[in-house]
Design a binder for this molecule. Sequence first.
Ligand code: PGA
Length: 268
Amino acid sequence: MTDRRPIVAGNWKLHLDHVEAVHLVTELGMRLRTMDVAGVDTVVVPPFTDLRSVSSVIEAEKLDLALGAQHVSEFDQGAYTGEVSAAMLARLGVTIVLVGHSERRTHYHMDDAAVARTAAATLRGGLIPIVCVGESEVERADGSTEEVLARQLGAVLGALDGADPERLCVAYEPIWAIGTGTAATPEDAGSACAHLRKLAEQHLGEGASRLRILYGGSVGADNAAELLLPSDVDGLLVGSASLTAAGFAGVLGAVADCYRSTRRSPRR
Ligand code: PGA
């Protein structure tokens, strides 16, 4: 039995301008009205330029959706052209930020130390970081998954002294599963997430039992429920399936059903 509430976040990446975003969230809201997904914390994570419009729809339609951002500056303010601060995001109604997604690590050279500084800036701004970790195909093949996860999570938790586990999430996203159509098996996702919780215990003590750990990588309505069965998987980070209202609602419906019909009892 877990009292960790399930969380599902839809990461739109570099897709959908603000007009398309308004359409998607409006349609998503209509679909969710006919579904019982109240037990699931649902987050949409659009590009920066969509945030204001999406937040207006959420407010006007009174949707039970949280607003997330895909990245944030590690700095609070100053001469950092092109950056967006946590305080600026908070002013727009953002409550959650993806930190250290593998695409940021790979394409923008974010190393573990930068991920840790960004997670710290997120918390300073009063926002919840979803810290993304995960091994590459090569690291998986040579058996170093656990070592990679220990390095990546250790760098962040080591820098966030005394972090509140309820103001923090971790997403296990094996790089080989992202955008490939090949998700991890529930067993592999479960054992990686269990390993992450053990690692978290070293920094958070028994608070690690309150930390929510998500799985991400080729999640859709068809595999969402099975990926949530392992007891250490508390949610899902969804990429391409979140780009349509039907796709994302399908995932949310599967998650809500799964939590209603298994031993889990989400707290409200
Ligand atoms: P995907 O992306 O669902 O398209 O594999 C997941 C992610 O990158 O968060």
